[in-house]
Ligand binder design. Structure first.
Ligand SMILES: *Cc1c(COP(=O)(O)O)cnc(C)c1O
Length: 382
């Protein structure tokens, strides 16, 4: 293998220039400023030119001001750190704040990484079940019941996690209601804002969260992996405690997290990210319009109604029926969209899929609607 490596020399991306409706990718598209920063700071450890011992202490480039002043205001949190992503932030909070064998109460729509983080931290998970389709709602009151179930078994609840919104349906659970229930039981609430921090106007205080988590590559126009974690002074002092062996390094962060271009792309995009969160209502309105057009074509939006987020989950019996007789079977949809330079729905999916309109101009979305219209009308249904 090692004498035939030419294919690794030139890595072109075949989807450049296409309309991408993958929810995972919409909010992570770099701004022109971030793209430039990416090249400028591309060398490994590039940000460490003037480091005096900690990433968040670096004044040139202005990481210190960004992490200790700008992000705390943005996240409405006392203490903020940069992580490698939302999952690493969730893990750090669980690992630092929960005792071995304790239980984490999480919403039934929680991301799989919440489960992995709990497992790795040696914790159990009790879910607040999501309701049946088509809405799949999580009732805040369910947090009370879940905590009572855990305590009824003689176990301790170490933390509650609310996924806001969840990554499947884009549902938004009233965070204040969950927060009040948790605080009555003296349980800290972690809000997983992987799909909200950097898109929506959210902050820990307004949400009633003790810890807030964001994902840079998902929602902050950053080249990842990168994320943010914000916490109250009290919880921050526990999560960001220093090492006993190497006293100037923060243990949970393993000293330093982002050591290169990723943090620079987050900073370079940040002015645009702040600006776009102020235009969130327009994104929601666009998503509702798009969903309405999809429904006219016979597909059904799942989750909250009216919908409050750009992440949308559709069921599409009509495309499933077509797939039964289409050439290429269930891959027909992917191929038909690809022909029209539209990407983001996973190959093989027809019956249900997620997509996002975030930051896409209406003309592009009209092209997507027309594509679905053409695909549906030009194929016989089984
Ligand atoms: C994408 C996602 C994550 C994982 O984010 P990373 O930054 O890649 O770790 C976690 N939670 C939710 C709800 C997500 O949608």
């Amino acid at each position: 293998m090692l004498d035939n490596l030419d294919k690794f020399r030139c890595l072109k991306r075949s989807t450049t220039g296409a309309i991408n409706i993958d929810p995972l990718q919409r909010g992570g598209v770099l701004t022109p400023e971030a793209r430039e920063a990416m090249m400028e700071w591309a060398d490994g450890y590039s940000v460490c030119d003037f480091c005096t011992g900690s990433l968040e202490g670096i004044e040139n480039p202005p990481i210190k001001e960004f992490v200790h002043q700008v992000l705390p205001e943005f996240l409405e949190a006392d203490q903020v750190r940069i992580t490698h992503g939302a999952r690493e932030g969730i893990f750090a909070a669980m690992h630092a704040l929960c005792g071995a064998g304790e239980t984490v109460v999480a919403d039934g729509n929680a991301h799989y990484t919440t489960h992995l983080a709990a497992e790795l931290a040696g914790l159990k998970v009790e879910l607040v079940p999501a309701g049946e389709g088509p809405h799949y709602r999580v009732d805040p009151q369910g947090y009370q019941e879940a905590m009572e179930r855990v305590m009824g078994r003689g176990e301790r609840v170490g933390m509650a996690v609310l996924t806001y919104p969840d990554g499947n349906y884009g549902n938004l659970v009233e965070p204040k209601a969950v927060s009040e229930i948790c605080h009555d039981e003296a349980v800290p609430l972690v809000v997983n804002g992987a799909y909200s921090v950097g898109r929506m106007p959210v902050g820990a205080k307004s949400l009633g969260a003790d810890v807030i988590i964001g994902s840079g590559h998902k929602s902050m126009a950053s080249s990842g992996p990168i994320g943010v974690i914000g916490a109250t002074e009290e919880l921050g002092s526990r999560i960001f405690r220093r090492s006993k062996l190497v006293p100037n390094k923060e243990l949970e962060m393993l000293g330093c997290t982002l050591r290169g271009a990723g943090i620079m792309t987050m900073m370079a995009s940040f002015p645009a990210v702040v600006a776009r969160t102020k235009l969130w209502d327009e994104e929601v309105e666009k998503a509702r319009w798009f969903a309405g057009e999809m429904e006219k074509l016979g597909m059904d939006l799942m989750g909250d109604r009216p919908h409050g987020h750009d992440l949308m989950f559709f069921k599409s019996q009509v495309l499933y029926e077509i797939s039964k007789t289409a050439k290429k079977g269930r891959y027909f949809l992917y191929r038909e969209l690809k022909k029209r330079d539209i990407f983001g729905i996973k190959p093989g999916l027809t019956r249900q899929f997620k997509l996002s309109c975030y930051q896409l101009p209406r003309e592009d979305l009209k092209a997507v609607i027309s594509a679905f219209e053409e695909i549906i009308s030009s194929h016989p249904k089984a």
